[in-house]
Design a protein around this ligand. Structure first.
Ligand code: PLP
Length: 397
């Protein structure tokens, strides 16, 4: 084992803070006893505050993929049409899942460098006079590309078209990192996961609901059992689960919610914005290209960086892991070998970012990837500037 802490700078799973580890490190309790009931009520209420919703949130002992499935099977019926937007690898996987479940997907193709096209969503919905489209599904933060879709614009597109489709949103890599408002933005099902912005190990995932999606679940006909909202909500009402929940992860979740609220969600989002901006300054100083093409869609939880032609991102990642014990995200799907991704989300501060960027800059040199030096300095300049601004200290003349 190398000395010091491994740098886990993939965009999820993220580094688990000591406070969360300590909270999980307890004897497992009776999930039908009073101590559990209090814990369940705490986390079910707490997650409503994180999603910014008054409506019930469901917690599954499953990875994010499970909550994707839950969002579809609870609200839709066989052969229902879903309008999906190709933003990258994760939207593609969700699309494949919808097809496997027997849904009909209308796909808006994309170039993996932009978010969902809200104008095109509006056109497709306006053209759907018969209201054959039952749901619009989009990924808020596309983790394979570092592109964030502006959900309020998607909501507006649906409203402009006066279309009754449900809005389903995947926030697995944005919840707890990037501003998100389930109720205010009129989302019907939000999908979340534990191992990214929520700073927990993998193993929990979430559905935030709405009146409209709860009503849809009463008549939806896709087969469902483990993921059925009905039994879950009936049990949750008194602080129970219909089957054994991930008790120890829920201890961790209670602690993670407390940490996010002590810092304040607005401050958590501002911290991620700052680290993302510093990262982009480093990338530009290196003379490399950011995959995301629209500055309005830059992700605050990760940055995907394109490799110069003829250079393999996975060789660079291997060099960095070997020499500096740091894991960076690989290019997924059609981006394999072409990009690497820096995760700057979760339990992460200015110096974690400086360590991360130093590892990347040294790695670029060792792997002989053409670049300019000075990325680390550019990022440091930004962080120092922001620190000065927040403490009101003026720069020395
Ligand atoms: C990680 C991720 C998923 C998949 O979640 P798992 O926990 O691996 O099942 C889906 N969507 C997005 C946007 C993700 O970042």
């Amino acid at each position: 084992m190398p000395a010091g802490r491994h740098f886990l700078q993939i965009p999820g799973p993220t580094n688990v803070p000591d406070r969360v580890l300590r909270a999980i490190d307890r004897p497992t309790i009776d999930h039908r006893g009073p101590e559990f009931q209090a814990l369940a009520k705490d986390v079910l209420e707490g997650m409503k505050r994180i999603f910014r919703t008054r409506h019930p949130v469901i917690i599954y002992p499953a990875s994010g993929t499970g909550a994707w499935e839950a969002a579809l099977v609870n609200t839709l019926s066989p052969a229902d049409k879903v309008l999906m937007s190709e933003t990258g690898h994760f939207s593609t996987l969700w699309t494949k899942m919808a097809k496997k479940l027997g849904l009909e997907v209308e796909l808006i193709p994309g170039d993996w460098r932009h978010g969902a096209d809200h104008a095109e969503i509006e056109r497709r919905l306006a053209a759907d006079q018969a209201h054959a489209i039952k749901a619009v599904a989009v990924v808020h933060n596309e983790t394979s590309t570092g592109v964030t879709t502006r959900i309020p614009l998607v909501r507006k597109a649906i409203d402009n078209a006066k279309h009754p489709a449900l809005l389903l949103v995947d926030t697995i890599s944005s919840l707890g990192s990037i501003d998100y408002r389930h109720d205010e933005w009129g989302v019907d099902v939000t999908v979340g996961g534990s191992q990214k912005g929520l700073m927990l190990p993998p193993g929990l995932s979430f559905n935030a609901t709405s009146e409209k999606s709860l009503a849809a679940s009463k008549t939806a006909k896709l087969a469902r059992s483990f993921f059925d909202w009905g039994e879950m909500l009936a049990s949750n009402a008194d602080g129970w689960f219909p089957y054994t929940p991930s008790t120890n992860l829920l201890f961790g979740l209670r602690e993670a919610i407390a940490m996010l609220e002590e810092e304040g969600l607005a401050n958590v989002f501002a911290r991620h914005d700052r680290h993302a901006e510093a990262t982009r300054r480093a990338v530009r100083a290196w003379g490399l290209e950011i995959l995301c093409q629209d500055p309005e869609e830059y992700s605050s939880s990760l940055t995907a960086i394109m490799m110069p032609a003829g250079h393999d991102a996975d060789a660079l990642r291997k060099t960095i892991l070997q020499h500096f014990d740091m894991s960076l995200g690989q290019g997924l799907g059609r981006l394999k070998g072409k990009v690497f991704r820096i995760g700057h989300l979760g339990d992460f501060n200015d110096l974690t970012l400086m360590g991360t960027l130093s590892g990347v800059e040294m790695g670029l040199g060792l792997a002989a990837v053409p670049h300019r030096e000075g990325g680390v300095l550019a990022a440091m300049g930004h962080l120092a500037e922001r620190a000065r601004a927040s403490s009101g200290v003026r720069r020395a003349a």
